[in-house]
Design a protein around this ligand. Structure first.
Ligand SMILES: Nc1nc2c(ncn2[C@@H]2O[C@H](COP(=O)(O)OP(=O)(O)O)[C@@H](O)[C@H]2O)c(=O)[nH]1
Ligand SMILES: [Mg+2]
Ligand SMILES: [Zn+2]
Length: 385
């Protein structure tokens, strides 16, 4: 990719630099001298008083218009963030070495969104500061993200994945097709291929699941029926994951961690005991964790999500995320048809002709009506962010 010339930019000097003792700031243990030595040769302070200070740094403009800081690449190593909690991340190199990294403050200052400075899945450049420690100097532009809304902000669950396995359970908790559609919209929006996995098939006759399987298969999604109890479908799941980067999403308790433990024997992701997760101090089960598959590829287990609220999906773009709607939208009489009350609507006609499922249309309506997401039960708080 051709690189633009570095250019000087001026960024706000964040006031909280002065608050050295913020609570819950994992980076506070100034292991790397992060508070003081991040003014490299590329940066200059042009302060005229604390509140109006700005700094000039040299940066490249990233392909998405984001900013890439110029860093001393030779001194840095490349790695993948395999878990991030607050501003501390575990970074794994190609060789499989792991470094616990903080984030260089200028990287935080430049981030457009302070909540998602570094997320699981990110490709980063970091400067080793010890045998197992380092400082993240740059976060590469993300090629895909899976997000949801959390307290009116974007919460990026994971970045740089190819596909999302949307896990639901045939029963216990009961199957909610609307939830599949909501997760599929978030996958489509994030530029990620959706795969539908119906787990706990041992709890329900497969015959009863066939209509649902048929529906999503006709839409072009891979659908896999699994049971972590009997082992059904695990081989198929494993082959769908091979050499890909996959995130497992879905309601808490559907069996995501159980399935991943079977896909790769040796993984010991914590399963069951949902109530235990709300206890303090169980960070390992509350954050997204990226795991390298023996046969090639990566998989990410995600913690339970209390509500799947879509992030930044405007009503008029939803039709584009319902793949089977696309061919019929052009037949609507009005170009801005919302497919609700309008006459001459191609979508409603397609439904009348049995070409669009009423269940999917129902999901579409709930999403464009700005339904605040589907409550998924009493599980988790958000991962620390
Ligand atoms: N009957 C049955 N129970 C399952 C299956 N998969 C998982 N479970 C159980 O469902 C509970 C939640 O599983 P877990 O993997 O922790 O779900 P997660 O929250 O999605 O990661 C655990 O008690 C599992 O033993 C399955 O295929 N069949
Ligand atoms: Mg789990
Ligand atoms: Zn229409």
């Amino acid at each position: 990719m051709p690189r633009k010339q570095p250019k000087k930019i001026r960024v706000e000097f964040r006031k909280n630099r002065l608050n050295r003792r913020r609570q819950n700031d994992f980076t506070r243990d100034a292991r790397s001298g992060d508070e003081t030595d991040d003014l490299s040769k590329d940066e200059r302070l042009t302060g005229k008083g604390d509140l109006t200070r700005r700094r000039t740094i040299v940066a490249d403009e990233g392909s998405d218009g984001g900013l890439l800081r110029t860093v001393d690449v030779d001194a840095c190593r490349r790695g993948r963030v395999i878990s991030a909690i607050g501003l501390t991340s575990l970074v794994e190199t190609e060789a499989g070495e792991r470094f616990e990294c903080t984030v260089r403050r200028v990287v935080r200052t430049m981030a457009r969104d302070q909540r998602n400075v570094v997320v699981t899945g990110d490709d980063v450049l970091f400067l080793p500061t010890g045998p197992k420690e380092g400082v993240i100097e740059r976060v590469d532009p993300r090629r895909s993200t899976i997000s949801r809304a959390s307290q009116r902000h974007e919460h990026i669950i994971v970045s740089n994945v190819d596909q999302a396995v949307i896990v639901v359970s045939a029963d216990d908790p009961p199957l909610k097709p609307a939830l599949i559609d909501r997760f599929l919209v978030s996958a489509e929006k994030g530029g990620v291929r959706g795969i539908v996995c119906i787990n706990k098939c041992d709890l329900k006759s497969p015959v009863l699941l066939q209509p649902l399987v048929g529906l999503y298969a006709r839409l072009g999604y891979d659908v896999v029926l699994t049971s972590a109890s009997t082992g059904r479908g695990i081989e198929r799941l494993r082959s769908l994951l091979r050499d890909r980067e996959t995130v497992f999403t879905g309601q808490s308790g559907v069996g995501k961690s159980s399935l991943l433990n079977l896909v790769q024997p040796g993984w010991q992701l914590k399963t069951g005991d949902v109530s235990g997760w709300t206890k303090k101090g169980t960070h390992t089960t509350r954050r997204a964790v990226l795991l390298r598959l023996d046969g090639g590829g990566w998989a990410v287990d995600t913690p339970g999500i209390r509500q799947m609220v879509l992030w930044d999906v405007r009503p008029e773009e939803v039709e584009g995320y319902f793949v089977e709607f696309r061919p019929f939208v052009a037949r609507c009489r009005f170009p801005d048809c919302t497919h609700t009350h309008e006459s001459g609507c191609g979508i409603k006609q397609a439904m009348a002709d049995d070409l669009i499922s009423p269940m999917r249309y129902e999901s579409y309506l709930r999403i464009i009506e700005g339904d605040e997401g589907i409550t998924l039960g009493n599980d988790l708080e958000d991962p620390a962010n």
